[in-house]
Design a protein around this ligand. Structure first.
Ligand code: ATR
Length: 272
């Protein structure tokens, strides 16, 4: 019997998940369908429960429902718990399981696809929202020298660091970044969605090997442009993260790991 999966979000028309999972299913010969549901702000819980009751096996969750999905679950992974958000649900034997593969997807893209191991590195994370929450645990496991979180709202960054409670996680105000250098700089703010630049200067990239923009498909964002002008060797957007988190979910649901490179190549928009 064909197993049903879907992504749910609002708006959902831009989603690449059905394409990605469709390609994964084809190469791994899994008998599944994968759709897209426009989420309702008032009816999200009912939509998920209906999908599960009607035989659905799993869902990907995207904005703005990641927190609601987390709360709805019966069992949550450690990663999802720290992120207080989930991007994948599994329905099994009457229970709802919550996972968060965003951080591990990002880490895999950086270390495996872009070949930049984080061990011993000084990593700067711009932003303290859901994306950074999801990334902290997997990143710490990769053994960086430090993970510095810079955010406009410093209280939010401090609260997050306190929750993780690891001396390698530090908080820094944007102005205090002046004169500091990092090996890897990740823009996990939503600034690029409105073509804005977080308040950083070119000098920040002096020693950087990699500048990573979480937004994808937007070409050279102001953040990536600044990094390029500073001469950073590796520039990347979030397309690899998107495909890697999908592969993690696919494996969690189906027990088989699809190859990601051909899918990343197909979805990549050149950084120009
Ligand atoms: P996500 O779940 O995608 O991480 P979010 O939780 O809404 O999104 O978080 C957005 C992040 O982008 C926040 O850290 C926000 O900073 P504040 O907490 O200080 O508001 C950050 N952000 C958004 N626009 C920004 C901008 N123009 N410059 C710098 N940071 C910005």
């Amino acid at each position: 019997m064909t197993d049903r999966y879907s992504v749910i979000g609002r708006p959902i028309s831009h989603t690449k998940s059905p394409l990605i999972h469709g390609l994964f299913a084809e190469v791994t010969e899994q008998d599944i369908t994968y759709g897209a549901i426009e989420g309702s702000l008032e009816g999200f819980t009912d939509q998920v429960l209906t999908f599960a009751t009607e035989g659905g096996r799993g869902m990907n969750i995207t904005a703005p429902f990641k927190l609601q999905a987390f709360e709805l679950a019966d069992l949550r992974s450690e990663r999802a718990t720290l992120a207080r958000a989930c991007n994948a649900l599994k329905f099994e034997q009457g229970k709802i399981y919550a996972e968060n593969f965003d951080g591990i997807g990002l880490l895999r893209d950086i270390q495996h696809n872009l070949q930049v191991p984080l061990v011993g590195r000084k990593v700067l994370l711009l932003g303290a929202g859901g994306a950074v929450r999801g990334a902290l645990l997997p990143f710490l496991e990769a053994g960086p020298q430090c993970l510095v979180i810079a955010n406009r709202d410093l209280d939010k960054a401090h609260a997050l660091a306190a929750e993780v409670n690891d001396a390698r996680v530090q908080v820094c105000a944007y102005p205090a970044l002046q004169g500091q250098v990092f090996d890897v700089v990740i823009n996990a703010t939503s600034a690029s969605l409105s073509s804005e630049l977080p308040p950083i200067a070119e000098g920040l990239f002096q020693q950087a090997l990699l500048a990573y923009e979480l937004a994808y498909g937007k070409g050279l964002t102001p953040f990536l442009r600044l990094a390029q002008e500073a001469g950073v060797a590796h520039l990347a957007d979030g397309v690899g993260m998107l495909v890697e988190q999908a592969a993690e979910a696919f494996e969690w649901w189906r027990g088989v790991r699809p190859e990601t490179r051909p899918v990343i190549d197909r979805l990549t928009v050149p950084l120009v």
